[in-house]
Structures are given as C-alpha cells and as structure tokens.
Design a protein around this ligand. Structure first.
Ligand SMILES: [Zn+2]
Ligand SMILES: [Zn+2]
Length: 301
C-alpha cells in the first residue's frame, strides 16, 4: 500500500520538465486497479458535467424570471450593469455551494446515500487526472447543485431586484470551468493551498485530501467544495485543518483496502452500491444498529 501524501515531500529530485511530469503523473499510481476504474468513468463524467454547467449558467436566471413573471418585480432594483452581473454570479455560486455541501453531508451521514458515495472514497490513489464517482451519486449531486444554484440564487436575485443577464450566464460557465480545473487538484497527491489567510475562508484543494483519508480521525471531515466557503464545515463541526506532514492513507476505510476493497473492478464499483444501499433499507438488528459494534468498525456512517 502506498501512502501518496508522502510523495509530496520527496523533493530530492532536481526539477526538469520530465521530473515535473513524473511528479504529477507517477507511474506507480497509474498502474493501480483504483486508477483504471477512475479512467473508465471519465466519459460518463463529461456527459453529466455538461448538465451541471448548463444548470449553473441558466438555473438562477430561469427562477428569477419565473418569480418576477408570477409575483411581479421586487420593490428593490439593481440597474443592469457590473453590479447586477456580480450579484447574479455570487448568488448562484452561494446557492450551489450550500447545496453541494448538503449533498455531501447527506452522502456521509445517511447510510443509503453513503453506499453510492463510497465509490468515490474507495479510490486508493489520488492523482490530478480524474477520480471516479458513482453515476447515482453524481446524478444526486447534479440535482442538488442545480436546484440549489437555481432556487437559492434565483430567489436572492428576485428579492434584491437583480434581473437575469446572459453576461452573467456566460461568466458562470467560465468560472465553473476554472473551479473544475482547481477541483482536479483536490483529488491529487499535490498539496495545493490558497495561502494561510485565504485557506481560512475559501476551501483549498489540499483540505480534501484529508476527506479521502481512511484513518478514523479524518472520517467525514472537510465536506466543502474547493473554492467554496469553509463556513459550512465550521457550522457543521466537520472542518479539519491538516497539520504539516499529516499522515494520510487513501481509501473508504482501513478495513476495505487492497484485496478487501469492494470496488476493485468496474462491475463491483457500479453494481455493489445498489446491493448495499438496498440492505440499508431493511429493518435493523441490534448488530446492524451499532449497539454491539466497536468504535473502530462502526464510525459515524
Ligand atoms: Zn465524501
Ligand atoms: Zn473527493
């Protein structure tokens, strides 16, 4: 088992374009079964991400236009211009961020949803190319983010008298693309920070490495979205500031690594969650409910 976080500190090698590339794309990572599943899931992720970008761009505007059409214009009015565009973008991103946190919190705290989200956590290596997410989990996330961006963003636009603009919609796609690129780093072995001060406000990519740790002290921590607000994690009591050289072992849990990983094959990754999620809907026995489980095996999930 490799602990890829340590890779970051192995800097004895002199920098060259080749050593830089090897550092970003180490062959030891790409040979693992975990990464093969990541790469096989890339096409479906592209399709679903298109839906996310479309919702992000127009969702809040559609809701604002609908509310104004049905209930009349708000007494407040922000004239068309940079202020209105900025507010539309800020409200949409705020709504998306809250909704994304709610989806993630649910994925960790509700057993049924955890079974689908677990496929994202069963990856035993983080790398900057791509990380898998189960299609059901991805769909629920899209639903939450599009609904959140639309309802919260559009609702706030309506209340403040901000009219929807196509300029804001276009800029949201650009901003969404930048966020998407940044988010690749949250799933890599490279520690990427915004700097000590900004890290306290905006969730930096390296906080998410803790989120993927199988160690008990890291479990269900740092549920925020890279570039989003740390505030939600602070309010939920799930914020964990990584220490320098923090030890991390990637995976869903220490009991499900290597040959015990239920998602070692694409079939296991895709079909397993349906079986396990169905199991969570059955009436629970005292053993299932955790009354006779140890703290190590039970966890907060
Ligand atoms: Zn998670
Ligand atoms: Zn992740």
């Amino acid at each position: 088992m490799a602990i890829y976080a340590i890779f970051v500190r192995e800097r004895g090698v002199r920098f060259s374009p080749l050593s830089g590339l090897k550092y970003l794309l180490p062959a030891s990572i790409y040979k693992t079964p975990s990464v093969r599943i990541d790469l096989m899931m890339v096409p479906i992720s592209w399709v679903l991400n298109f839906v996310l970008f479309a919702g992000l761009a127009v969702g809040s505007g559609v809701v604002q236009v609908w509310l104004a059409g049905h209930y009349g214009h708000s007494p407040l009015h922000v004239p068309a211009g940079w202020m209105a565009v900025s507010l539309q973008i800020a409200f949409t991103l705020l709504g998306t961020d809250i909704a994304r946190f709610a989806w993630h919190y649910q994925g960790h705290k509700v057993a049924f949803f955890w079974e689908f989200h677990k496929g994202h956590h069963s990856a035993e290596a983080l790398h900057p190319v791509f990380i898998r997410t189960h299609p059901v989990d991805m769909f629920v996330r899209l639903l939450y983010m599009n609904m959140g961006g639309g309802l919260v963003g559009g609702g706030l636009m309506y209340l403040c008298g901000v009219d929807a603009s196509t300029t804001a919609a276009g800029l949201l796609v650009v901003i969404g693309t930048v966020f998407h690129f940044m988010q690749q780093f949250e799933h890599s072995h490279v520690k990427f920070s915004f700097g000590k001060t900004l890290d306290k406000v905006f969730y930096p990519p390296h906080f998410h490495q803790i989120h993927h740790s199988a160690l008990l002290e890291h479990r269900d921590k740092n549920l925020g979205l890279t570039g989003g607000l740390c505030l939600w994690d602070k309010l939920a009591g799930t914020l964990y500031i990584p220490k320098a050289n923090e030890r991390i072992i990637y995976g869903a849990s220490l009991e499900e690594l290597g040959s015990n990983n239920p998602h070692r094959t694409l079939w296991g990754f895709l079909s397993g969650p349906f079986v396990e999620a169905a199991r969570t809907l059955r009436p629970r026995t005292p053993v299932d409910s955790g009354l006779v489980r140890t703290a190590e095996t039970a966890g907060p999930r």
